[in-house]
Design a protein around this ligand. Structure first.
Ligand code: SAH
Length: 212
């Protein structure tokens, strides 16, 4: 668990990078990132850095998690889909802001380990599945909010289709080996509006399920 000093520095780093939404900051103060980082990197959980997790993936930088959560503008009654569970940290933050969070990852092992953390932390409003999230989750659609934490070249069509009118999707787009753009897509009666938020770097959104 993070001590008072670590917590203060963690929140200071978030604020200085532009995370100002009180609900997001409270969620990030409540959820302990240390629960989601294992092994040799565990003692770096409270630094504003991405860190390696199993299956060659990464837990995102806390300030990026904060900025994406803030851009998503989650409301208490929202049903949210996250594509790219990874460690489960982003889903845990969203669970504090939304009514229900569905999260999917193509690696079984990551989903299993994230579920263990959700259970231990008592985060009962998260449902995690192993699935190729580029198809979304048609059974649970439409979603009020969708967040993708792996980069595709363009927003996947099925995800756009599963976004409710008035809904928001935040995702990185661009080539996997280059700097990508974090974008916000808002679905209106008339179609989709796109806003570019900032440059980011994410692992690629891949097709099909992983080996483990
Ligand atoms: N949100 C995570 C970080 C995710 S890293 C966290 O908070 O820790 C990106 C994740 O996207 C990886 O775990 C990777 O396995 C997953 N991913 C990549 N392509 C995917 C796809 N098509 N469907 C579901 N998950 C995918």
């Amino acid at each position: 668990m993070f001590d008072a000093e670590q917590k203060m520095q963690f929140l200071f780093a978030l604020r200085s990078k532009g995370v100002t939404d009180t609900r997001v900051l409270t969620a990030m103060e409540t959820v302990d990132r240390g629960d989601f980082v294992r092994g040799i990197f565990a003692n770096r959980a409270y630094e504003d850095m991405p860190l390696p997790i199993a299956c060659g993936q990464t837990i995102s930088q806390p300030s990026v998690v904060g900025l994406m959560s803030q851009a998503l503008n989650v409301q208490p009654r929202d049903k949210v889909l996250e594509v790219g569970t990874g460690s489960g940290y982003q889903a845990a933050i969203l669970s504090q802001l939304a009514r229900r969070v569905y999260t999917v990852d193509r690696h079984r092992r990551l989903v299993r380990e994230a579920k263990e953390v959700f259970d231990r932390a008592g985060l009962v409003n998260i449902t995690a599945f192993t699935a190729d999230g580029s198809h979304g989750l048609p059974d649970q659609a439409p979603f009020d909010r969708i967040i993708v934490t792996a980069a595709a070249e363009d927003p996947p069509g099925p995800l756009l289709a599963q976004l409710r009118i008035g809904g928001i999707m935040v995702l990185p787009v661009g080539q996997s080996d280059a700097v990508q753009s974090l974008i916000k897509v808002t679905r209106t009666d008339a179609g989709f509006e796109y806003d570019e938020l900032r440059d980011v770097r994410f692992v690629p959104l891949l097709e099909g399920l992983g080996q483990d």
